[in-house]
Design a binder for this molecule. Structure first.
Ligand code: SAH
Length: 470
């Protein structure tokens, strides 16, 4: 180790910043965040620093640096663009035994400021000892993505219960086990999903219960996995995927996404293929209940968003009735994913002010939709599950007054390497499809916005580099 990382308490303590530009302003902001009492020495100030001075958040000495400025300070930062001033600050500070940082001059620094992931009171600091601040920032970005934003809330909640837990569990081992159980169970998840009051009650109940008879409560995560590209999974979805004991997934969840689930989690396929149901909906609902009651962390992973044509509502209804803890994680729905990856904005000031999502599923050989409501000017229609009924859908829209030349796009396997976009009109699409060997899943987008595809398509999947087939 070349340096020693420490956490310095500067609350209410005098800090010196020499320099009045943007860089100095950033350093001042950081010191203020940590509660420092900041004095800026600089003949002139940038707009940001001026406003901090005028609102009395920092003190200002409007002149050149003098060595005496370092007296009675706890740290000094030099951020001027004048080499000799920076050196004077470093020398003066070191004579006083004061930690000093000179921006971009590691050789003059006795301390550097790490990149910080702030989940106060939890802080993660990344330092490269000044070797590569950019590397530290990149690493920080990765940490930001895996540490839930509400870690700080969790730490505060636990802090409030430390005394009680110490009294209840006398030896350190049982205390540690207790905290581990809390941190990997529903209490932590309740905090992360914004239910702090319930979390506090659950934590209290866990403490009150006799530890020997404590049964581990299971929970269910109803998670949207997005339309296919694993990069479109949310941070929260990924975290829950990595802590589940068992996963129930359906056909739309791609293999790449399934690979993100904790390796030793049990995998149960409950997929549905039009008519062929591997597991009946009622059985899925009951399985979720049974597994959670066995104390498992159950991941119900669904394509797209669980609340959009996903029966997510039915599944959690059963859980709610049984009093099982659950949370719902939204996913990028096929409409949003396919539209983006096909370069078709679903709304656009010149073409469409509204967008409707409908299901084109066939019932008794017809598609049961409110056609009149769909055939509206300046409205985009997105049709899920419309592959089998596509001819009926195009015909009905024309029969209800939509022009046969209205542009239509059919997005097949959207957001994946197999994505293909077929573009035509209400009149021509059935014909185009007859020659294109289309396979599910596909999404149909109807409306003037489809015209933008030609200009805005940006995603070129490996399998179909020639974007348009029609
Ligand atoms: N809950 C899902 C939708 C489930 S219904 C969501 O929010 O996206 C299943 C339908 O979604 C499919 O028939 C198809 O119309 C659409 N769909 C899902 N993923 C798709 C994809 N990658 N490309 C095209 N359509 C898709």
């Amino acid at each position: 180790m070349d340096v020693l990382p420490i956490s310095l308490n500067i609350k209410g303590r005098a800090c010196l910043v020499v320099g009045g530009g943007e860089v100095a302003a950033r350093k001042v902001a950081l010191l203020l965040q940590a509660g420092g009492d900041v004095t800026v020495v600089a003949p002139s100030l940038c707009v940001k620093l001026s406003s901090l001075v005028s609102t009395k958040r920092v003190a200002h000495l409007g002149r050149a640096f003098e060595p005496g400025d370092v007296v009675a300070k706890v740290l000094a930062i030099a951020a001027t663009d004048n080499e000799s001033v920076n050196r004077q600050v470093a020398d003066a500070a070191q004579q006083q035994g004061l930690p000093v940082n000179v921006v971009d001059r590691p050789d003059l620094c006795t301390f550097t400021v790490p990149s910080i992931v702030d989940r106060s009171p939890v802080l993660v600091a990344v330092s490269t000892g000044g070797a590569s601040p950019v590397l530290a920032r990149l690493l920080r970005a990765r940490l930001e993505s895996i540490i839930p934003s509400s870690y700080g809330h969790l730490a505060k909640l636990l802090e409030g219960f430390r005394g009680q837990v110490k009294q209840k569990f006398h030896d350190t081992v049982s205390r540690r086990r207790f905290w581990e159980r809390i941190l990997t169970g529903p209490v932590a998840e309740l905090v992360f999903s914004g239910r702090e009051k319930v979390a506090a009650e659950a934590l209290q109940a866990a403490i009150d219960q006799d530890s020997a008879t404590q049964t581990k409560a299971g929970e269910v995560y109803l998670v949207g996995a997005g339309p296919g590209d694993p990069d479109l999974v949310t941070f929260r979805a990924l975290r829950l995927m990595q802590q589940a004991d068992v996963v129930l997934y359906d056909r739309l969840v791609s293999e790449e996404i399934l690979a993100l689930v904790r390796r030793d989690a049990d995998r149960i396929y409950v997929g549905k293929h039009r008519c062929v149901h591997t597991m009946r909906q009622e059985d899925i609902n009951q399985s979720l209940v049974r597994l959670a009651k066995e104390g498992k962390r159950v991941l119900r992973l669904k394509g797209g968003d669980p609340f959009i044509f996903g029966r997510g509502g039915e599944e959690i209804d059963t859980l709610a009735a049984e009093g099982i803890t659950f949370q719902v994680v939204p996913g990028i729905t096929a409409a949003a994913g396919c539209a983006s990856y096909a370069g078709i904005p679903l709304t656009h000031r010149d073409y469409a002010q509204s967008v409707v999502f409908v299901t084109g599923q066939l019932k008794d050989g017809s598609v049961d939709l409110n056609w009149r409501a769909l055939v509206q000017p300046r409205q985009t229609i997105v049709i899920y599950m419309g592959l089998v009924g596509v001819n009926i859908i195009c015909n009905e829209l024309i029969a209800h007054g939509m022009g046969g030349d209205t542009p239509v796009a059919l997005v097949e396997h959207g957001t994946t390497p197999e994505q293909r976009v077929l573009v035509g009109t209400l009149a021509s699409l059935p014909d185009i499809m007859a020659h294109a060997q289309v396979s599910a899943p596909t999404l149909i987008i109807v409306g003037e916005v489809v015209r933008l595809h030609e200009r805005l398509a940006w995603f070129s999947p490996h399998k179909h580099p020639s974007r348009d087939e029609a």
